[in-house]
Design a binder for this molecule. Sequence first.
Ligand SMILES: Cc1ncc(COP(=O)(O)O)c(C=O)c1O
Length: 317
Amino acid sequence: MYPALKKEIEVYEKRTPKSSAALKKSWPFMPLGVSSNFRSYEPYPLFIAEAQGARLRDLDGNDYVDFALCFGAIMAGHAHPAVVKAVQEQLKRGTMYGMPHEMERELAEEIIKRYPVENVRFSNSGTEATMHAIRLARGFTGRDKIIKFEGCYHGVHDAAMVSVKPKPEKWGSASAPNQVPASAGIVGWENTLVAIFNDLPSVERLFEKHKSQVAALILEPVPMNIGVCMPQPGFLEGLRDLCTKHGALLIFDEVKTGAKLGRGGACEYFKIKPDMVCLAKSIGGGFPLAAFGAAARSWTPSRKARSSTPELTTPIR
Ligand SMILES: Cc1ncc(COP(=O)(O)O)c(C=O)c1O
């Protein structure tokens, strides 16, 4: 280990004994002692006691400036007074009804004002939003395959858990990466084709090789998992054209970029109109809320989809 890093870890361990003890306590009850593999790191993760605005406080009372803001979910800051007030007021009126509420329409309208979509359906997590969007694209087109980019993350459902962070020995060729399921238990990974971000020919090759089989291309317009990588000029436009040419739907996973790159997320920032948009994190302000949106009526379902999924042609009421 580098001496400078060793020294930092010694300081960390001296300042945070309660986090170390908390991990030991939770270890027997949860895998790695945490609720997500992302939260496990050496020598042990910080356990947070509370947070306010841009600051986090750990169990030992150390304060930190929070540059991550829960991957952007807390864009307004921790415990923002407006959010706390609105939630407190709503708590008194009940939290779940299992029936429609007017606030759903209000939020749907707000999303439609900002993003190039006409219909919105809500869900609980970014995982659900991308899962629904992919299923909708498959049902609509009657095709099974999707394209995603190597190293990119779209949640933990099977179609997305391919080539997220593959081990180097599994990468395969630099121009045609392998499809690598992220763990055991993933089925149907053969239908997730893997291209390279900012490499239009790698996408074109997949469309040509799997002609008329690709339902959708899903991407994070600025992928975080591969290092907050900006799309090169013309790349997103090229993807838009390829999807249109091959009858596949373009899905923008704006779980992170949404409401951050601009009021209308990456769609507004890059002036691209995808066929579907997935939102989560910041739209929930720290609560489990997500959404996916699409055009309402401009699509013509493929013949195969029409015959196999008649409900898709039912008018939206
Ligand atoms: C781009 C992207 N898509 C989807 C997801 C999944 O969202 P969730 O954790 O709400 O399931 C994430 C989560 O970090 C994400 O960054």
